[in-house]
Design a protein around this ligand. Structure first.
Ligand code: PLP
Length: 455
């Protein structure tokens, strides 16, 4: 049975929300699923086999067609929260006034790129505006290859960077890209993932051990004589559930890559933009400055928007290849959406909220480890946390089926949560950054309830 009563104190009743058109009749869920499966390509995945049909959202809550509320703990796209009226007003006002191909000249594109450049470390002040994280990573790889004149890319195993051609080639996570192990192109070189919890070299000397596996790979690239274009990774190990990279790891790899003329790309699509709470950018945690930053997801709060931020001379290397343009990347509406997201983040102190609520939630999840043997570890920081379930704390055998069952039970209790990672045994916790302490407690309480009841 659903704990609907617990929810009523936390979120407004859906009928009190001001979503235009919200009262339009909705198609029946099962019938809609049949239509979806008939006409939407099968590879376009849904989170659930039998998903709730959601029809509106408010802050960190979603509501289905029957008015049931769900706490959205996985939505790394909607960072401000759902249904933000000010963002909706800004987008619709700009839409009514002007939206067009980004090859035209208008104020918003200059203003937004200037603001993104100001957020990046000194020297990274050239911005490309695109529509998604995959597109941003494809462009970053293309920039690295054009700038270096080389083709080879170094990346990490168990990573996800997107589904378009180049970003998919460096996406090595078998959970997200099942063909990754068999179809990797010859220019992609994937190093052992520095997963300090369950990787090959757990223990105090992890950075050195993992780096020792990268060196022979670099020597092989050197011996091939084709040079190294660059290195791409998330500065917090995202796909495995937000595991911080070993201390000093990126400094050493960046030095090796740069010594060979390659560029260092930080994929901040998921970890950047304040989600870590303690840092705006993930790479700050490692004390490095990348040559190229890629961002997307939250920067438009769901409006399609992505960007590549780099140094001017790197950006120029594409000029040889002809003019670059994306018809809708950086459109007037996209730029206004992006700037309004930044304004709201600052005014509502969302990075600070991610820090405070994230620290609180991490402490609550860490307490589960003492009480429940299946809770192996809590990783991450801010509102980018990973709770890893294991069958045995010594062998770390992943509790894959149990994690799926826990997520199913959480859905019944009104929480949207999904397994992640190559073993599908990690709860990757990435809610909107406006998550309240009450909602964080509700999540921790319900999780404890599920672990007590069994699954
Ligand atoms: N990079 C990372 C780290 C991601 O998590 C994702 C999406 O999940 C992407 C890139 C691709 O972004 P998009 O889905 O916007 O193409």
């Amino acid at each position: 049975p659903r704990e609907a009563a617990a929810w009523s104190v936390l979120c407004p009743s859906p009928s009190s929300l001001l979503s235009p058109g919200a009262d339009a009749p909705q198609p029946e869920t099962t019938e809609l699923l049949v239509r979806r499966r008939t006409h939407l390509a099968g590879a376009q995945k849904n989170y659930y086999a039998a998903p709730p049909q959601i029809e509106r959202g408010w802050r960190e809550h979603l509501f289905d067609v029957e008015g049931r509320a769900y706490l959205d703990m996985v939505n790394n796209v909607t960072i401000l929260g759902h249904g933000h009226p000010r963002l909706a007003a800004a987008i619709s006002a700009q839409w009514l006034r002007l939206n067009t191909n980004s090859r035209f000249h208008y104020a918003a594109i200059a203003e937004f790129s200037e603001r993104l450049a100001a957020l990046a470390p000194d020297g990274l002040d050239a911005v490309f505006l695109v529509n998604s994280g995959s597109e941003a990573n494809d462009l970053a790889i293309r920039l690295a290859q054009a700038h270096s004149g080389a083709r080879n890319m170094l990346c990490l195993l168990e990573a996800y960077h997107g589904w378009s051609a180049a970003s998919e080639a460096v996406s090595t996570s078998i959970a997200d890209n099942p063909l990754a192990l068999t179809t990797r192109p010859d220019w992609v070189h994937a190093a052992v993932s520095p997963n300090t919890y369950r990787g090959a070299f757990r223990g105090p000397d992890t950075a050195a051990s993992y780096l020792a596996t990268v060196k022979p790979m670099l020597e092989t690239i050197d011996a091939g004589g084709q040079g190294l274009a660059g290195f791409i990774c998330e500065s917090v190990y995202g796909n495995a559930g937000g595991i911080p990279l070993p201390e000093g790891y990126l400094k050493e790899i960046y030095a090796e890559v740069r010594a060979r003329g390659g560029l260092c790309i930080a994929d901040e699509v998921q970890v950047g933009y304040g989600r870590l709470g303690h840092y705006f950018w993930g790479f700050e945690q490692q004390g490095v400055v990348p040559d190229i930053i890629t961002i997307a997801k939250g920067m438009g709060n769901g409006h399609p928007l992505g960007a590549v931020i780099t140094r001017r001379e790197i950006a120029r290397s594409l000029e040889k290849e002809g003019p670059f343009f994306s018809s809708t990347g950086g459109s007037p509406v996209s730029c206004v959406a992006g700037m309004t997201v930044l304004d709201i983040m600052a005014e509502e102190k969302l990075q600070e909220n991610a820090r405070t609520v994230g620290d609180h939630l991490k402490a609550r999840l860490a307490a589960l480890i003492d009480r429940h043997p299946i809770a192996g570890a809590v990783h991450g920081m801010g509102l980018y946390l990973g709770l890893e379930f294991v069958r045995d704390r010594t062998t770390l055998e992943p509790a894959t089926e149990e994690t799926a069952a826990i997520c199913d039970r959480l859905l019944e209790l009104g929480i949207i949560m999904q397994p992640t990672g190559d073993h599908q045994n990690v709860l990757k916790i990435k809610p909107p950054l406006c998550l309240s302490i009450e909602s964080a407690d509700f999540f921790a309480d319900m999780l404890e309830k599920v672990l007590q009841e069994g699954w």
